[in-house]
Design a protein around this ligand. Structure first.
Ligand code: NAD
Ligand code: DAU
Length: 345
C-alpha cells in the first residue's frame, strides 16, 4: 500500500504517521502538509525520511501538486486529515477554513478519483452534528447542524466526499470523532492550553460557566480507529468514533490542576465562545459492531501521560508557541482573561 496522509505534521496526523509506520512497516507513507502555524516537522523528528516515509510540503488546494504527488508516488489510498481545525480561529476569520477544508477536500477527491485509489478516508468531526441537550448521543444518522464556520466547513467537506461515492463510485468512508487529546497537540486547544497555563502558574480561561461537555478520545485510540476504517470500512459509510469519556470542561480542568498539583484558584471564568455547543456525546456502536473497534485508553491515565509529555517537553511547546501562535495567543487568551469574570465555585 502506498498511502497519502494529508496534514501529517499536525497533532492527529503526526500521531497517525508514527503509528502507521510502526504497525504497517511495509507500507510506503507520503505525508503531504502545508506546514501552517499548526504543522510542525519536529512532531516527526524520530521518523527518518527514506524509501518508506517521505514528506512533501504543499497545500491541499494546489491541484497540480496534489495530482503530481498522487501520480509520482503511485498512491493507492488517502487519509485526509489536513484542515484548519480550531473553532475559535474560525470565528475570527472563516475564509481559510472554507478554502482549505472545503475546496482543498474537493481538489483531493478529484485527484483521488483520477488516481483510482482503493480508499479515501475523510477524517471529520462530531461537531458537524451540532449540540446535544442533557441526554442522548450522536449516531451516524443524526441530522447535521453545525454551529461554527469550522464545523460548517467540515460538514460541507463530508457531504462533498460522500457525493463522490454516490456520483463517481470513489470508495470514500467518513469518520466523525470526538475531542482528541494526547502528545503533540497544539497548545491552542483546551487540554494543552490548560496544562501550559498551569505549569506557569498563569490563569486558566474557562469559557462561560464551564458546564459544556465534551467526549475525550485518546489520539492513539483514534489512530487505531482510522486504520480499521482504512482497511475494513465500507465505502459510502460514516463511522462515529468516541472515547466513552464525557466530562464537563470545568471538571476536566480541575482534574488537570490536581494532576499537576496546582491550585483551583488559577481557574478564571471568561467570556463564552459565540455559538458554543453545549454538549457532545458519541454513539460508536457501528464501528464496534462492524470493525471491532472500541476505545482502550482510560481518560485518567491518558491525561496523566499527556500532562507528563508537556512537563517533559517544554522545549517543544515553547518553540511551537514562539511563532505565529504567539500573536494569536496574546490577542485571544490574554484578551479574554482581561475581561474575566469570577473564580470557580
Ligand atoms: P491540526 O490543526 O493539529 O493539524 C492540521 C494539519 O493540517 C497541520 O499540520 C497543518 O499544517 C495542515 N494543513 C492545514 N491547512 C493545510 C493545507 N491547506 N494544505 C495542507 N496541509 C494543511 O489538526 P488536528 O487536530 O490534528 O486535526 C486533524 C483532522 O482531524 C482535521 O481534519 C480535524 O478537523 C479533524 N478532527 C480533529 C479533532 C481534534 O480533537 N483535534 C477531532 C475531530 C476531528
Ligand atoms: O469535537 C471535535 C472537535 O474538537 C474537533 O473537530 C476540533 O478540531 C477540535 O479543535 C475540538 O473542538 P473544540 O472546540 O471542542 O475544542 P477546544 O479544545 O477548542 O475546546 C474544548 C472545550 O473547551 C470547548 O467547550 C471550549 C472550551 N474551552 C476551550 C479553550 C481553548 C475553554 O473553556 N477555554 C479555552 O481556552
Amino acid at each position: 500500500m502506498n498511502i497519502l496522509i494529508t496534514g501529517g505534521c499536525g497533532f492527529i496526523g503526526s500521531n497517525f504517521v508514527r503509528f502507521l509506520a510502526h504497525v504497517r512497516p511495509a507500507w510506503k507513507i507520503v505525508n503531504y502538509d502545508k506546514l501552517t502555524y499548526a504543522g510542525n516537522l519536529e512532531n516527526l523528528a524520530d521518523l527518518a525520511p527514506g524509501a518508506r516515509y517521505s514528506f512533501v510540503r504543499g497545500d491541499v488546494c494546489n491541484r497540480e501538486l496534489v495530482e503530481h504527488v498522487l501520480r509520482a508516488h503511485e498512491i493507492s489510498a488517502v487519509v485526509h486529515l489536513a484542515a484548519e481545525s480550531h473553532v475559535d480561529r474560525s470565528i475570527l476569520d472563516p475564509h481559510v477554513f472554507l478554502s482549505t477544508n472545503v475546496l482543498g477536500t474537493q481538489v483531493l477527491l478529484e485527484a483521488a478519483l483520477r488516481a483510482q485509489v482503493s480508499k479515501f478516508v475523510q477524517v471529520s468531526t462530531d461537531e458537524v452534528y451540532g449540540s446535544l441537550g442533557e441526554t442522548g448521543a450522536f449516531t451516524e444518522t443524526s441530522p447535521l447542524c453545525p454551529s461554527s464556520p469550522y464545523s460548517a466547513s467540515k460538514a460541507g467537506a463530508d457531504l462533498l466526499a460522500l457525493s463522490f461515492y454516490r456520483t463517481y463510485g470513489l470508495p470514500v468512508s467518513v469518520t466523525r470523532c470526538s475531542n482528541n487529546y494526547g502528545r503533540f497537540q497544539f497548545p491552542e486547544k483546551l487540554i494543552p492550553l490548560m496544562i501550559i497555563q498551569a505549569l506557569g502558574d498563569q490563569p486558566l480561561p474557562v469559557y462561560g460557566d464551564g458546564g459544556n461537555v465534551r467526549d475525550w478520545l485518546h489520539v492513539e485510540d483514534h489512530c487505531e480507529a482510522l486504520l480499521a476504517v482504512l482497511e475494513r470500512g465500507r465505502a459510502g459509510e460514516i463511522y462515529n468514533v468516541g472515547g466513552e469519556a464525557e466530562r464537563r470542561n470545568i471538571d476536566l480542568v480541575k482534574q488537570i490542576l490536581a494532576i499537576l498539583g496546582k491550585p483551583e484558584r488559577l481557574i478564571k471564568f471568561v467570556e463564552d465562545r459565540p455559538g458554543h455547543d453545549r454538549r457532545y456525546a458519541i454513539h460508536a456502536g457501528k464501528i464496534g459492531a462492524e470493525l471491532g473497534w472500541s476505545p482502550r485508553r482510560r481518560l485518567e491515565e491518558g491525561l496523566r501521560e499527556t500532562a507528563g509529555f508537556y512537563v517533559d517537553n517544554p522545549g517543544w511547546w515553547r518553540r511551537v508557541m514562539s511563532g505565529e501562535y504567539r500573536s494569536y495567543y496574546e490577542s485571544q487568551v490574554r484578551g479574554r482573561l482581561m475581561g474575566a469574570g469570577g473564580s470557580p465555585t
